[in-house]
Design a protein around this ligand. Structure first.
Ligand SMILES: [Zn+2]
Length: 178
């Protein structure tokens, strides 16, 4: 009997990626795996790339981490945070995986604090996550449909108000690619 295998997706090496291209590739993987797109099934996406996701109770100022344990990549996410916040955390850690794996382990605090704008790796991981969860075309559409009400837009994408606010600040400076 023929054995059907799920195709294993191998993202490109990190040096070939910018946050926008990586986010586009990641969405393509999610589409191919027929994962829910909006709100995006971020945990399903991580799993389909072979990254284990573990919900762990962590200090309230820790969002999550990415690390390699033996030969397996693992994302940890703070189980005490709201599911919408956890979705962005998983997407942020996926950003580190696509863009920075091999640069060491990452442990993340509060993702919208100032240091996340000034540190290149953190800025890139946030940019990846924002583009992955809230692609520009869809984001603009939801903004218009919801009368620019950030909390309604956040709910539509299953993210926190802070994440939607963050996206609203950078989406206008961006040439839509998706
Ligand atoms: Zn980070």
């Amino acid at each position: 009997m023929a054995v059907l295998r799920r195709r294993v997706f191998e993202p490109r090496p990190p040096h070939e990626y910018t946050p926008d291209i990586a986010a586009r590739d990641a969405r393509r993987i999610a589409e191919t795996m027929t994962l829910r797109q909006q709100p995006l099934d971020a945990i399903g996406l991580a799993t389909s790339i072979g990254i284990g996701v573990e919900l762990i109770p962590l200090e309230s100022n820790i969002s999550g981490f990415l690390r390699k344990e033996r030969s397996n990549w693992k994302i940890g996410v703070n189980s005490l945070h709201h599911p919408n916040r956890r979705r962005f955390t998983v997407a942020h850690e996926l950003g580190h995986y696509f863009l920075h794996r091999g640069d060491g382990d990452f442990e993340d605090g509060i993702l919208f604090r100032k240091e996340y704008q000034t540190n290149r790796l953190e800025r890139e991981a946030n940019e990846f996550a924002a583009r992955l969860l809230m692609p520009s075309v869809e984001f603009r559409r939801e903004m218009a449909a919801n009368n620019y009400d950030i909390s309604a837009v956040a709910a539509a994408f299953g993210v926190s108000g802070a994440a939607a606010e963050f996206r609203s600040h950078n989406v206008d400076n961006e040439i839509p690619i998706d």
